[in-house]
Design a protein around this ligand. Structure first.
Ligand SMILES: Nc1ncnc2c1ncn2[C@@H]1O[C@H](COP(=O)(O)OP(=O)(O)OP(=O)(O)O)[C@@H](O)[C@H]1O
Ligand SMILES: [Mg+2]
Length: 454
């Protein structure tokens, strides 16, 4: 509030005039002073505002620097690789995980095209990762980077688009993590799974064969008794027949009697003549049955028997020659046997396996124009691999899962019992191997098994 000055109480006009003019000058001075004070006050105010702003700004700047340091720290600490590209694919920023992936030879990657650091084989995979798209559209891919001394591990990449405040596409952020290790682990797992499935199938197959073996063993055991007394009785019958014929001849003599007429009408002589072949036939049947039963029993209660060192070259030579000779065929025979191969096992049983397999091959090639049989034995690691291949029609696809079962045969009655492969399978298993059937490269069948070398 401006101060009010009152005029002094006087009546002289000159003095009064002087007084008035002095008062005017004073008022003017006072007004000027007031204005200056006002200006200084305003300046003071502006200055303190400025100071405050500066403090604020410094404060904000410090906060901003702190936030930036935090973000940089986070990006650098992320173990995933991070690459920021513009819309043309030029690198704007990367983190140290990516720098580390490229190796020390690539120093200044910012500004180069991302395609220049992608492994040549994977450049085509980069295109979909860089193309413009909506904000929510994240594209996945797999890339290898070229680094010093070759290409990097495989990375799983996610590409997220970047947009400016007006929504225009301005580039992508690629993040990625190495999956080579994971991929390798997965492949190993896959292999182990396959191996497990194979082992399981083999186990089921072995279990099937074992239970079939038990069944056959039971049947063989039950048949053994009756067949032995049929066999014995037929032998006795044969002896009795001779005695009865001699007796009847003596009773009838040469005389013509009623008995002779009766003998003729009942055709006793023809019956007696038939007796021989009938009994012989029965005996032959009994012999065959007891042979089968003997075979079944021997294998069902399979024991290796006598184990000795077996010379493979000699074993194969004798077995193959034996089989070819009994079958009386002409064929192109190729024996590919590495010298000095030995295993420990039962020579007689192994001989039977080779004979069975060769006989089967010869039987299968009956209608083949130029039959060829290849028998080979070779060392493979600690094993000896046996292989018998023919160029016959091969095993029917519907039969392949049954051929090792006892009594499975496609041969006519009397030509095969269907026991050959079953017996061979059992023998090979007893020797620590597995007999497997397959198809040859040029058709035909291949049977193979591996046994531990001695
Ligand atoms: N080399 C082969 N080529 C084609 N089929 C084969 C071959 N070997 C075996 N087989 C098939 O497997 C079946 C079973 O063979 P296996 O040796 O067990 O019995 P078999 O030969 O019929 O009779 P057995 O051997 O008892 O006299 C055969 O009937 C045949 O169908
Ligand atoms: Mg056979």
């Amino acid at each position: 509030m401006p101060e009010v000055t009152h005029p002094p109480e006087t009546s002289e006009p000159e003095t009064l005039l002087k007084m008035i003019s002095k008062r005017g000058t004073m008022e003017l001075d006072q007004e000027r002073e007031g204005a200056w004070i006002e200006v200084i006050r305003k300046m003071d105010e502006v200055y303190s505002d400025l100071l405050r702003y500066e403090v604020d700004l410094e404060h904000k700047n410090a906060e901003l620097e702190e936030a930036q340091a935090f973000v940089t720290n986070v990006i650098e600490s992320v173990s995933d690789i991070l690459i920021v590209c513009d819309a043309k694919g030029l690198v704007q920023q990367v983190n140290s995980a990516f720098q580390h992936t490229l190796g020390s030879s690539v120093t200044d990657i910012v500004g180069t095209n991302i395609a220049d650091v992608i492994d040549a084989k994977d450049t085509a995979k980069l295109v979909p990762l860089l193309k413009p798209r909506s904000a929510s559209d994240v594209v996945d891919g797999e890339l290898r980077f070229s680094r010093e001394g070759g290409s990097s591990d495989l990375f799983a990449i996610n590409a997220s688009p970047r947009h400016d405040h007006r929504g225009r596409f301005i580039g992508v952020v690629l993040t990625g993590r190495p999956i080579g290790e994971l991929r390798r682990a997965y492949e190993e797992l896959h292999k182990a799974h396959h191996e497990l499935q194979r082992a399981q199938r083999q186990l089921v197959e072995q279990e099937k064969m074992a239970s079939l073996g038990r069944l056959v063993a039971g049947v063989a055991h039950e048949l053994n008794n009756p067949i032995s007394f049929v066999y014995g009785n037929v032998h006795t019958l044969m002896r009795y027949r001779t005695a009865i014929v001699a007796y009847l001849d003596a009773v009838h003599g040469e005389k013509d009697s009623d008995l002779t007429a009766e003998r003729r009408s009942l055709r006793i002589d023809e019956i007696l003549e038939d007796f021989g072949p009938l009994i012989e036939g029965t005996l032959e049947g009994a012999v065959r049955i007891s042979e089968i039963v003997k075979n079944l029993r021997r294998l069902s209660f399979s024991k290796l028997g006598e184990v000795e060192r077996v010379d493979i070259e000699r074993l194969i030579n004798t077995a193959v020659l034996w089989a070819v000779r009994t079958k009386q065929v002409r064929l192109d025979l190729q024996l590919e046997i590495e010298p000095d191969l030995w295993i420990s096992g039962n020579e007689g049983q192994l001989h039977q396996v080779i004979v069975n397999l060769v006989e089967n091959a010869i039987d299968a090639m009956r209608g083949t124009e130029a039959p060829r049989l290849v028998v080979s034995a070779a060392r493979k690691g600690n094993d000896i691999l046996f292989r018998i291949s023919d160029n016959g029609p091969g095993i029917d696809k519907d039969h392949i899962s049954h051929i090792f079962e006892p009594f499975f045969t496609t041969k006519r009655v009397g030509e095969g019992t269907g026991l050959g492969l079953w017996i061979s399978y059992g023998i090979v298993r007893e020797h620590g191997g597995e007999l497997v059937a397959g198809y040859g490269p040029e058709g035909g069948a291949t049977f193979s098994f591996a046994l531990p070398a001695a």
